[in-house]
Design a protein around this ligand. Structure first.
Ligand SMILES: Cc1cc2nc3c(=O)[nH]c(=O)nc-3n(C[C@H](O)[C@H](O)[C@H](O)COP(=O)(O)OP(=O)(O)OC[C@H]3O[C@@H](n4cnc5c(N)ncnc54)[C@H](O)[C@@H]3O)c2cc1C
Length: 530
């Protein structure tokens, strides 16, 4: 069973190693954790539903609580405090496009609004119901999760849009294929959610972002179905896939999607290198990606992220020995870790490794073998479970991301980190901030920043701390010329900053599309654009 107020499966945990706790206490102090509301208490707060009976709609408090919030830090604070505010009036679990169409008709009849729901892993408020006079119906797509067709010649796989990461990979792998899309939320997030938020997976360098993997499909809208062909390429005017990508449930509900699968790579490996300084690391990454060396993943952690990862590894003696050896090789204080992945044929693997290692060595990278890489691979979806353990010790953790051209990457990382580190200085609180570059392009890179801070004396004060941090970081991103989001999407939290990126004409064009697909304004109102 999935946790209702935290991350992941209830049977899985990732306890904080003792060294990591000491590391945090030294940097952030020792806060007193806040008390959690119970599921039973929260269910009692759910008001009666404003929707009439319908065979496809569940109105139980349990369904409604479980679909009230996503996974952002404000969502966590709402769930943990029990102060959730607004619940959907009902949750439907359609199994076919015909049922989705029936639900659209029912919503129209009831003057209800609809929230398409994939895995509910949004970190920016995408699926949260807003206060409104109209009833709210959440459409949970998880039962439309099957592989419907697989074209072995074209490598096109048709899926129900509610298929989660494990649904997609297990059904494709049974036929020798992979989609290769691995966001860290892989366990629960879905194809529909990935497309509607423009998601990017950990191996985007090799397989591409979701934009490259999405070939076409059907979106049921209040104005009728929008069918998008899966041509390999087309010059027939603007590409309609671009309307669906990033639409955040505002235009309609994706029911069936055509995805570009790849043959399973015969060989895949991950390995780790250390660099004496951030600047050597960024130069190496840029050279590799601009030379087109076919890696599937490349990530550079800055010095504090490297230190934090090593503290979290929990193997004190092994880490100590590694650090002594790295110091001997010139990577001591300030060292930065690079994790690299190669996926493909044995020949490609050999060539890519040789070419990449040549550049990494030229930039003073020291190889640390394949063990750390293997560990990364084994734990790639485990890290979010740490959020649960951190919470029980009184620490909040949040992340944010942007992208910018190479000439300003380091500057943006520095300014966003500085904005976060000083945002709580007025109340004498420290913030632990670290970053990495992980989705790389010949033109530039994404940046991904994690920040941890202690809970305050109450939920309200903790939320207000988060607001100050988020505002400081978002303003710094906008001022620094980065995009407000590289892969989390806009939702509610990034909506105020969208106009500085799209401009007034851009925003009004998106609104025109909302009106075109959804003239009565029933699709996920309040998200993306108000
Ligand atoms: C621990 C953690 C790690 C994460 N790591 C990554 C990462 O590595 N990369 C990344 O890109 N993101 C990441 N995310 C963010 C999140 O997982 C993505 O935004 C993901 O794409 C959301 O998918 P979902 O199925 O959970 O969608 P939901 O959260 O359910 O919905 C997100 C949006 O998509 C819309 N939507 C969902 N399904 C449909 C549909 N069928 N038709 C139309 N609209 C739909 C919803 O209305 C909503 O607006 C992470 C989140 C968490 C909590």
């Amino acid at each position: 069973m999935r946790r209702w107020n935290g991350w992941g499966d209830e049977t899985v945990s990732f306890p904080l190693p003792a060294d990591a706790l000491l590391f945090l206490e030294k940097r952030l102090g020792k806060p007193s954790p806040l008390p959690d509301a119970s599921f039973t208490d929260v269910m009692e707060l759910v008001p009666s539903s404003r929707l009439p009976d319908h065979p496809l709609v569940a109105r139980t408090p349990g369904d409604r609580v479980r679909h009230a919030r996503g996974q952002s830090l404000p969502d966590w604070l709402a769930l943990r405090s029990g102060n959730i505010g607004v619940f959907p009036d009902g949750v439907a679990y359609p199994v076919s496009p015909a049922q989705v169409r029936a639900l659209l008709a029912y919503a129209k009849e009831q003057q209800a609004v609809l929230i398409p729901y994939g895995g509910g892993t949004s970190v920016v408020g995408h699926i949260n119901p807003q206060v409104m006079d109209r009833p709210i119906l959440t459409i949970d797509m998880s039962r439309m999760n099957r592989l419907l067709d697989l074209d072995h010649e074209s490598h096109i796989a048709v899926f129900g849009a509610g298929a989660s990461g494990p649904d997609v990979e297990s059904q494709l792998r049974a036929h020798g294929y992979t989609l290769g899309h691995y966001p860290q939320s892989f366990e629960f997030s879905t194809l529909g959610g990935w497309i509607a938020t423009r998601s990017s997976g950990q191996q985007s360098l090799g397989y591409g972002r979701i934009e490259r993997l999405f070939a076409g499909g059907t979106m049921e809208t209040p104005s009728g179905p929008l069918k998008i062909h899966d041509f390999p390429a087309s010059a027939a005017g603007p590409d309609l896939r671009e309307l669906v990508l990033g639409s955040e449930g505002r235009f309609g509900i994706l029911t069936e999607v055509k995805m570009r699968a790849s043959s399973m790579p015969p060989k895949e490996s991950f390995r780790v290198f250390f660099f004496p300084h951030w600047n050597n690391g960024t130069r190496a990454l840029r050279r590799i990606v601009q030379a087109g060396i076919p890696l599937s993943m490349l990530r550079l952690s800055n010095a504090l992220e490297t230190e934090t990862h090593l503290a979290l590894a929990g193997h004190r003696r092994a880490v100590h020995l590694l650090e002594r050896w790295l110091a001997f090789r010139g990577a001591a204080t300030g060292k930065c870790m690079v994790t690299m992945g190669i996926s493909g044929t044995r020949k490609l693997h050999q060539t890519a490794l040789k070419e990449a290692v040549r550049v990494l060595r030229e930039e003073e990278g020291t190889p640390a073998g394949t063990m750390l890489g293997r560990k990364w691979m084994q734990n790639r979806f485990r890290a979010p479970y740490l959020r649960n353990s951190l919470w029980t010790k009184g620490y909040c953790v949040d992340t944010l991301e942007s992208a910018i051209n190479w000439d300003r990457v380091s500057q943006l990382v520095e300014s966003v980190e500085a904005a976060l580190m000083t945002a709580l200085a007025g109340e004498g609180e420290r913030v632990l901030v670290f970053s990495h570059l992980s989705h790389l392009y010949p033109q530039g890179s994404s940046m991904y920043t994690t920040y941890l801070f202690p809970v305050a004396g109450s939920y309200e004060e903790t939320f207000s701390r988060w607001q100050r941090l988020k505002k400081a970081a978002s303003e710094s991103i906008v001022e620094g010329g980065g995009t407000i989001t590289h892969h989390h999407g806009v939702g509610i939290d990034h909506a105020p900053y969208l106009v500085s990126e799209k401009g007034p004409l851009g925003i009004s064009s998106i609104k025109v599309l909302c009106d075109q697909f959804d003239p009565d304004g029933i699709m996920n109102p309040g998200k993306l654009v108000a």
